[in-house]
Design a protein around this ligand. Structure first.
Ligand code: CA
Length: 247
């Protein structure tokens, strides 16, 4: 089944929220409406959406304050975020982007433009959902054929390891906590221990053979897929990140 991206719409004006929700639904998205910052936070705690549409002017905590908070939280910092607001002057746009928004749409907006921007942000931020072949160095993953190769040699991965690698390749060079990987690879509302991630990372490294060092453990933070695994630091001292210590 094709993944239906979820969009958390944080907007206090119900008419606008409804208009956005209808358009999202008609275009293959799953809207979740939160009318204030508290509801939005509860929704986020329950599960991460694929994208957040965040109104600037909200009762109580402002959209800008929310954006800053979510960007500072390791669990939510990589969720694509578009700010939505009547404020259109440059200083406000800059403030929104400085707070970590991926894009900014001034009201009134056309729903066509809104959808185009949502798609553009998703393409940029979550390329693993676009169904395109991903490459990192000589590591190649083709979602349409479910094939992975390294140096032109096929790798045999289990279904979970494939999903894990697919996600990591879409977000290479970034560190992902085990909680983030559980959210993104296993899905929300799945109650699995974080240790499960370690088990599958271990299997993934084994299946990747020589390319296994590309999956790095970042002590205390999580995992990262990198095109340039560090095995020997510039000083000649063996780098700790090559040892894949337990978190
Ligand atoms: Ca508002």
């Amino acid at each position: 089944m094709r993944h239906m991206p979820s969009v958390l719409v944080v907007e206090d004006e119900s008419a606008i929220a409804e208009l956005i929700a209808v358009n999202l639904r008609h275009n293959g998205f799953r809207p979740i409406w939160a009318m204030d910052s508290e509801t939005a936070q509860r929704d986020l705690d329950a599960g991460l959406p694929d994208l957040i549409l965040l109104d600037w002017m909200l009762p109580g905590e402002s959209g800008l304050a929310l954006a800053k908070r979510w960007r500072a939280d390791p669990r939510t910092q990589s969720v694509p975020l578009i700010m939505l607001t009547a404020r259109g002057d440059e200083a406000d746009r800059v403030a929104g982007l400085d707070a970590g928004a991926d894009d900014y749409i001034a009201k009134p907006f056309s729903t066509k433009e809104l959808l185009a921007r949502i798609r553009a942000v998703l393409r940029r931020r979550t390329p693993e959902q676009a169904g395109e072949t991903l490459t990192l160095g000589t590591l190649v993953l083709d979602p349409s054929t479910h094939r992975v190769s390294f140096d032109d040699r096929p790798l045999k991965l289990g279904p979970t390891e494939f999903k894990l690698l697919h996600y990591l390749m879409g977000h290479a060079e970034r560190v992902h906590s085990r909680a983030q990987l559980l959210d993104k690879v296993w899905g929300d509302h799945v109650y699995i221990e974080e240790r499960t991630v370690d088990v599958h990372v271990k299997r993934l490294r084994e299946a990747m053979a020589l390319a296994g060092t590309m999956v790095e453990t970042v002590r205390g933070a999580g995992y990262r897929l990198t095109a340039t695994p560090v095995t020997v630091a510039a000083t000649g001292i063996r780098s700790e990140k090559a040892n894949h210590p337990p978190l």
